[in-house]
Design a protein around this ligand. Structure first.
Ligand SMILES: Nc1ncnc2c1ncn2[C@@H]1O[C@H](COP(=O)(O)OP(=O)(O)OP(=O)(O)O)[C@@H](O)[C@H]1O
Length: 913
């Protein structure tokens, strides 16, 4: 056995730290930490990693693990509808109405099981989709003790304590790490500590020296690399990480999206209505009929009849179906199901420019000195900056601008062989990157080479070097240069400025910081061209046709962004810059955000501020971006969207991941979102108007007759059948007209619909009341026949409503589940009163004459429905010309306070046209 093998075997027997040891590890010297976790700078052996994976389990935070089936059933009991149903069952028990209580319990059980199984399936498919775009970790491992370490990507859940991991900008920190090396590393750990600015991280041999930031040598799972790079050893995974302890706070992050608000709003409005119904029924019966507590079960059943218990099931099924079709057909992955609904409601899409509207394949056109004279040397310095950055900052891949500079410099056969000592990587707030190199032939002197956005470089310059040598930079010169760059930008060029400075050499590379980026000498600029993509113009036009306004939020120059918009057929208007955004108050920004198409030179936080302003103006806002600089805006939006090749941290935070950074895919995703929303809206419109009609008719009949129009158990049975049939709405194909505008609930139109069709339904029910009076020889004569007649009529009218009001694609066949659902409803309505169970359910057979009259009533009802539907569509088309007034949407407002039905001016995202 070799010495190395012996050492590794000894390492293998050493166990990784326990939770209690983790905090101690943070205080140990690096070598002691490596010893404690049984690892070394060359990483673990593959066999060690396998064995540790078995021992410690996968690196998955417990709160993110799949929830077992049974726990889901129990959890669905916490739904507010279920809670109200439970209360009603309790009331039934109190008055010894056991049948009613049992039927309600059955109703609760069925809806809980359906909901839990629907959610389980939906979560499983969402998890499978998430898996496809999950972040990976870059680890260093060895196949055997003598082999050289190999750096490779592995799924984050396969990491084990002792693994040596490398970090680069945009990476999610995959586990808790102790840093071994770092270069300009800053980490965004807002999710853990709430600090909004990235925190610098430095390796230290022995901790304790940095009193201001005692954890600067540790990186925690769930944070992300804002800039720089580093290497660290994993000290804790899975449930032992600090992230696991704070995960509850993270899960709550998305609360208050348009989707959650709308469902909660509607639910609470209904619940209040439900709770009011039983006392009203009791009082009316007591006052007009002198009935007492014996009416309680009926009153309870009427309240239950109002409940759309299947709402959660339909919502989950419709969204899950939409998401899996989208993944299959358009290769768009929806990681968080409700985001699909939010996508359907999006009316403003914010996007970055580079790589979305443009190809992100810049090509160098020319390099000039500050006087505009061609200057190949400027390109050479810019390329040196890119090359050294690549080497020193351990960036896995250079960005497109760096690649373009390197390609152009190689093409011109420039000498790129220099000796760099430190790197201050690019970050979107500074907008420049700087490297420090040994000045060739001058020991003791270092040279700083900065390149970046011209305004950012210029404000750090004190002099310019032109044809006539070096001269001081005065205000006139600054104005002249800015004007010249603006002209280049208006021509569609991306301009990078390059500047240098000489400094006495410092020993430690870490002694250089962004504070040294001043007093520079401007050498000139490199102009690059990035073509607009072939598909963007078409996709932008399609989005406009769907009522989605596109806004560009870019870090690039206003002129470049405006030119790209113009090339794509979009009027950019007057661009607003990030600096101007900073100068605006919140109300001013809300107003400016509404009318501005291009926001340029935006920092990540400014992009997020614009998105928040749009949201508080009542817009459902999507954000598409791919860089780590897009993260705050992505999190601020109702729906965060990124392409698959985006930085890990962006992909992690996004709700929707596109296979390609292509606006066409977003158009498809928005359509799919609208289709799901339209189906949920169909269910709500039909369920609520039908239920309302039934309740009105039952109350009226109850007061007119000496007996109850339907027994409580019968009301509940018909409710159960209707609910089950309506599950089919999750499979409907909405008409194209319903996909043409954002899926937004227009509360007034929605309420008018429910009231109008509810009354129509009540009229049909009461007409049957008359028919029954005629056909079963007086309503006082035969209670059971009356109940049977009304049961049959109710289910048949409900089936009719499902066919006629579904708002599906006119003239095409209904999808199979909907055909089966409506047919089953009609068959049950016709056959149950004739079946062997009829007696037990309190029904009896009806004369043939009744069915003939029923056919007449149903035909009249069908015609009336169609006529009203046509009028409703006309009104809706007119309303679309004059949109309902929009009120500002208070962020974080409680759903209860936002009951959609109560706030006609509010824009709430449930497609309920
Ligand atoms: N690697 C880099 N080195 C130096 N400067 C850069 C680098 N990348 C970008 N810049 C400069 O910083 C500016 C802002 O970059 P940022 O990444 O924030 O946005 P962007 O890529 O220009 O546009 P978008 O926000 O649309 O993606 C760029 O316009 C460019 O001038």
């Amino acid at each position: 056995m070799s010495a190395a093998t012996g050492r590794d075997t000894a390492e293998r027997t050493r166990s990784a730290p326990s939770a209690g040891e983790r905090s101690d590890l943070s205080r140990l010297a690096v070598l002691e930490v490596l010893r404690a976790v049984g690892s070394g700078p060359r990483g673990l052996l593959e066999s060690q990693a396998e064995e540790r994976l078995l021992r410690h389990g996968e690196n998955v935070v417990p709160a993110l693990r799949a929830v077992p089936w049974l726990r889901r059933v129990v959890r669905s009991l916490r739904d507010p509808f279920t809670a109200v149903l439970f209360c009603l069952a309790l009331v039934s028990c109190l008055v010894a109405a056991w049948t009613t209580a049992c039927v309600i319990a059955a109703l609760v059980a069925v809806s809980c099981v359906l909901r839990a199984s629907g959610e389980y399936r939906a979560d499983r498919s969402a998890a499978a989709l998430r898996e496809m775009v999950a972040a990976t970790a870059t680890v260093r491992r060895r196949s055997d003790p003598d082999a050289a370490p190999v750096t490779r990507e592995i799924p984050v859940d396969q990491l084990v304590p002792g693994d040596v991991v490398t970090l680069a900008p945009g990476d999610v920190v995959p586990a808790d790490l102790r840093l071994l090396r770092a270069g300009g590393l800053t980490v965004d750990q807002a999710l853990l500590t709430g600090e909004s600015a990235p925190v610098p991280k430095l390796p230290v041999d022995v901790p304790g020296g940095n009193k201001e930031n005692e954890e600067s040598h540790l990186c925690f799972q769930g944070s992300s690399v804002a800039s720089g790079s580093g290497t660290g050893v994993v000290v804790a995974t899975g449930s032992r990480t600090r992230f696991a302890a704070t995960i509850r706070g993270v899960a709550a992050r998305r609360e208050g999206t348009a989707f959650d608000r709308s469902v909660r709003g509607i639910s609470w409005a209904l619940i209040r209505f439900m709770l009011l119904t039983p006392p009203l029924v009791l009082m009316a019966n007591a006052a007009l009929r002198g009935r007492g507590l014996e009416t309680v079960p009926f009153a309870v059943a009427v309240a239950v009849g109002l409940t759309p218990e299947m709402l959660p099931v339909i919502v989950t099924t419709a969204l899950a179906r939409g998401a899996s079709r989208l993944a299959r057909n358009a290769r768009v992955i929806v990681k968080r199901l409700p985001a699909l609904h939010d996508l359907g409601a999006v009316d403003v899409l914010c996007t970055d420019k580079t790589g979305t509207l443009t190809e992100d394949r810049p090509v160098v056109e020319y390099a000039t000195d500050p006087d505009g004279t061609p200057a190949p040397d400027v390109l050479r310095w810019a390329a040196l900056n890119s090359l050294w950055m690549l080497q020193l900052a351990e960036v896995p891949a250079s960005d497109a601008l760096d690649e373009a500079l390197l390609a152009a410099a190689v093409a011109s056969e420039d000498d790129l062989d220099c000796d760099a000592v430190a790197a201050l990587p690019f970050d979107p707030a500074r907008r420049l990157s700087t490297v420090v190199a040994r000045a060739p032939g001058r020991p003791g002197t270092h040279i700083l080479v900065a390149k970046g956005a011209p305004e950012a470089v210029l404000e750090r310059c004190a002099a310019v070097r032109g044809g006539g040598g070096e001269r001081l930079l005065d205000d006139r010169e600054r104005a002249r240069l800015l004007a010249a760059w603006a002209e280049q930008a208006a021509d569609g060029l991306r301009v990078l400025a390059v500047a240098v400075a000489e400094r006495p050499a410092r020993k430690a590379p870490s002694a250089y910081s962004a504070r040294d980026e001043r007093g520079l000498v401007l050498l000139g600029t490199v102009a690059l061209r990035d073509r607009t993509t072939d598909t963007a113009a078409g996709a932008l036009a399609a989005l406009a046709g769907r009522g989605v306004e596109v806004k560009v939020l870019t870090g690039d120059h206003a002129g470049t962004a405006a030119r790209a918009c113009r090339d794509l057929g979009v009027d950019p208007g007057r661009p607003v810059t990030g600096a101007e955004v900073d100068a605006l108050t919140e109300p001013e920004l809300v107003e400016a955000a509404g009318r501005t198409t291009v926001f340029a030179r935006c920092s990540p936080e400014q992009k997020a501020r614009v998105v928040r302003a749009l949201r508080s103006a009542g817009h459902v806002t999507g954000f598409l971006g791919d860089g780590a600089n897009d993260l705050p805006a992505l999190r601020a939006a109702d729906v965060g969207i990124c392409p698959r090749e985006a930085a890990d941290v962006t992909r992690d935070a996004a709700d929707v991941v596109l296979a390609a950074k292509d606006l066409t895919a977003i158009d498809e995703a928005i359509t799919a979102g609208r289709a799901s929303s339209a189906n949920i809206a169909s269910y709500l419109r039909i369920a609520l108007s039908s239920n309302l009609g039934n309740v009105i008719a039952m109350l009226a009949a109850g007061l007119l007759m000496p007996f109850l129009p339907m027994l409580p158990a019968q009301v509940l049975l018909q409710n159960l059948c209707f609910d089950a049939a309506q599950l089919a709405f999750a499979y409907d194909r909405p008409a194209p007209s319903r996909l043409r505008e954002p899926a937004v609930l227009r509360p007034r139109a929605f309420l008018r619909f429910v009231a109008a069709f509810g009354l129509l339904n009540a009229a049909a029910d009461l007409a049957i009341f008359g028919v029954l009076a005629l056909s079963v020889r007086g309503i006082g004569g035969n209670e059971e026949a009356f109940h049977a007649g009304w049961f049959t009529e109710n289910l048949l009218t409900q089936a009719l409503v499902m066919v006629l009001l579904r708002g599906g694609r006119a003239g095409t066949r209904m999808p199979r589940p909907l055909r089966y659902g409506t047919a089953a409803l009609a068959v049950i309505g016709l056959l149950v009163p004739l079946s062997p169970f009829a007696g037990a359910l309190g029904f009896t057979g009806l004369p043939v004459f009744f069915y003939a009259l029923l056919a007449v009533v149903l035909t009249a009802y069908g015609l009336a429905l169609q006529a009203s539907q046509a009028r409703y569509e006309e009104e809706l088309a007119a309303a679309e010309q004059e949109p309902e007034p929009e009120g500002p949407q208070e962020e974080g407002q409680d759903g209860e306070g936002q009951a959609a039905a109560e706030e006609p001016a509010e824009r709430v995202a449930v497609g309920a046209r």
